[in-house]
Design a protein around this ligand. Structure first.
Ligand code: SF4
Length: 82
């Protein structure tokens, strides 16, 4: 299990989540549309959820149906990026 960033982050990238994440597992460059959580590093601490101004972050089990594909979008970002 891991936490997942979904569509509301696109074009926002507030980065408050990056500051509070104890694992430094939220990544994204200026060129990326959004930020992504590394599912292999995330420890499900929930610290990122309340600081997100656009409510873009969910635990994997609670990702809304319409944004289920973001589970894959987040994990795919780290494939070949390590
Ligand atoms: Fe980082 Fe915790 Fe959010 Fe996972 S749940 S991305 S470890 S702040």
């Amino acid at each position: 299990m891991a936490y997942v960033i979904a569509e509301p982050c696109i074009g926002v990238k507030d980065k408050a989540c990056v500051d509070v994440c104890p694992m430094d597992c939220i990544h994204g460059t200026d060129a990326d549309a959004m930020l992504y959580i590394d599912p292999e590093e995330c420890i499900d601490c929930d610290a990122c959820v309340p600081v997100c101004p656009v409510e873009a972050i969910f635990s994997e089990a609670q990702v809304p149906e319409k944004w289920q594909h973001f589970i894959r979008v987040n994990s795919d970002y780290f494939k070949g990026n390590k």
